[in-house]
Design a binder for this molecule. Sequence first.
Ligand code: 13P
Length: 344
Amino acid sequence: MSTRDLAAVAQAMVAPGKGILAADESTGTIEKRLASIKVECTEANRRAYRDMLFSARGLGQFVSGVILYDETIRQKAADGTPFVDLLAKNGILPGIKVDTGAKDLAQCPEEKVTEGLDNLAKRCAEYVKLGAKFAKWRAVITIGADIPSSTCIAANAHALARYAAICQQAGLVPIVEPEVLMDGGHTIERCEQVTEWALNAVYEALYMNRVSLEDSVLKPSMVISGKDCPRQAGVEEVAERTVRTLKRTVPAAVAGIAFLSGGQSDEAATAHLNAMNRMSAGRVPWPLSFSYGRALQHASLNAWRGAAANVAAAQAALLHRARMNGLATLGRYSADLEKQPLAA
Ligand code: 13P
């Protein structure tokens, strides 16, 4: 793919009114999700669940791309259509998670570094053949008493940048995801400070590794109070601090920003995105969108419960959340819309 094509893909990923569905849970993670609805984690059930999500009619109206896992990109819908083709038919770009997970960072207790650079160029070439247009790599940064360390920030920024360069060379748009975890009792001020540090390190590393920013999408966490912090910042404060931090650190050339939900409730993730778009309309250089996993799937997973009879209700739940988040990318969401069913 030429760099012009990559930029077009990157822009399509964050097109107005749309965002990304992260359905790239590793087998270990999807096992936990399926266990929560008492469904066994077999290949057949993983396939059936993703089939339910991807065959939701009209999903392409609110979802520009879906991130897949290695197993999923090779699977087919019940009627034999490869998932990649099913998505393409709905106008949805297929993407692929290419990291191999966050592993313990040597010499840095409680910290992680994401692995997966070995053979990455070769794996990307195969994913391109399978139809992938973009890729994802998630780095994890934990806030604690004496962490993150500068070792953790630098190691993860370097790995993200090497990944992004390899993807672009292979013809995939990289989603660059440095996630500052919500876990812990830290304040929102501390989250802001760590997020600013991590993003500065990431953009320096991307520069050093010759990554083309126009051909990339950033997937950050929001600046938010730690889950166990006694003071939970409100929607406006989260939106203000998040936008401020991004303005300080993310170059204007980046094609777009698609947030992760990170364990926020479904409605909080939507309300935060909406508030950011409302307050920054026309005043930030990038589209602000979503790339949610849990906050898009949660209601749908609970409606599905592994039963074919529940597929329609589960798809309706997915479409509803996708529509709410689509509206939030335009700053047009409000909580009363939660009660309004999708017009037929
Ligand atoms: P969450 O929205 O559930 O945080 O997942 C997004 C994702 O893709 C994490 O890598």
